[in-house]
Design a protein around this ligand. Sequence first.
Ligand code: TRP
Length: 332
Amino acid sequence: MQKETILTGDRPTGSLHLGHYTGSLENRVRLQTQHQQFVLIADLQALTDHAHEPEMVRENVLEVALDYLAVGIDPAQSTICLQSMIPELAELSFFYMNLVSVGRLERNPTVKSEIKAKGFEKNIPVGFQTYPISQAADISAFKATLVPVGDDQLPMIELTNEIVRKFNRTYKPVLVKTRQLLGKVSRLPGTDGNPKMGKSLGNAIFLKDSPDTITKKVMKMYTDPNHIRVSDPGTIEGNPVFSFLDAFGKEEEKIADLKAHYQRGGLGDVTIKKYLNEVLQEFLRPIRTKREEYEKAPDHVMQLIKTGTDKAREVTSQTLSEVKSAMALSFY
Ligand code: TRP
């Protein structure tokens, strides 16, 4: 198999949840053994819609790093790095801005729905509208060929490839094309039945949730609103309990039986939720234990980030110098 360069990352605006796991963390843990992987904590991107909460973003840098380590991103195999300490990324973004039209940015469906959800209306920060350019800089600075992220990130990958093509055609062929890798479950629903799990939607189960919190969230989960009596036939489509069992359960036969039983009637919501609770407790226990170990050594974790960032800059500064020379910007 050919060794690829992977660049992926998250905005540090909160700790990571099960949707992050299925959408991308699972792939990152799996791929790190065979490829060269950089995992970027995108604090500058977090500031594009949290300009007034720099302390919150700062605190979440450590939180996200802890989540990475907890799920098994191994600093000996993956390079965890911090966006704000890689100035080449900001510089590249500035160059790429000349290659993208305002109209092109305004058509980005993910950014469009975020603008709506955040209520920016006519006061969209320029940094927010343009963050897909900065994301293209992140990806192309590492010459990454593979980006394991959730399906909402597809528009960013498309824009990256447009910029790469345009840069290479306009100047010199320095940058490389990339592609997205979706998780097996690229979109995990929220506990409320919303098709997407999200921190701001209040429907997330976090990787660091306590056993009690997990139980409470599971027992309150949305199911089939028409499944009133145990004897009623129930629907499994759009029923998050079954989506979660599909994503995290190991006993495939048992899950298939439960689905059939639920659909024909006679299986209560409490029974399936109790089973899901067991499944999630078992899945999250080792993650939480590992997280607690690293939580005791925050300085060590920050040091891992620093070492990773230094290593990342060796790559990004090389790309930047190639970019500048292609753009006739190397003066001395
Ligand atoms: N946009 C991503 C998110 O919201 C974070 C991110 C920033 C990213 N730069 C990236 C993801 C580069 C992949 C590659 O989570």
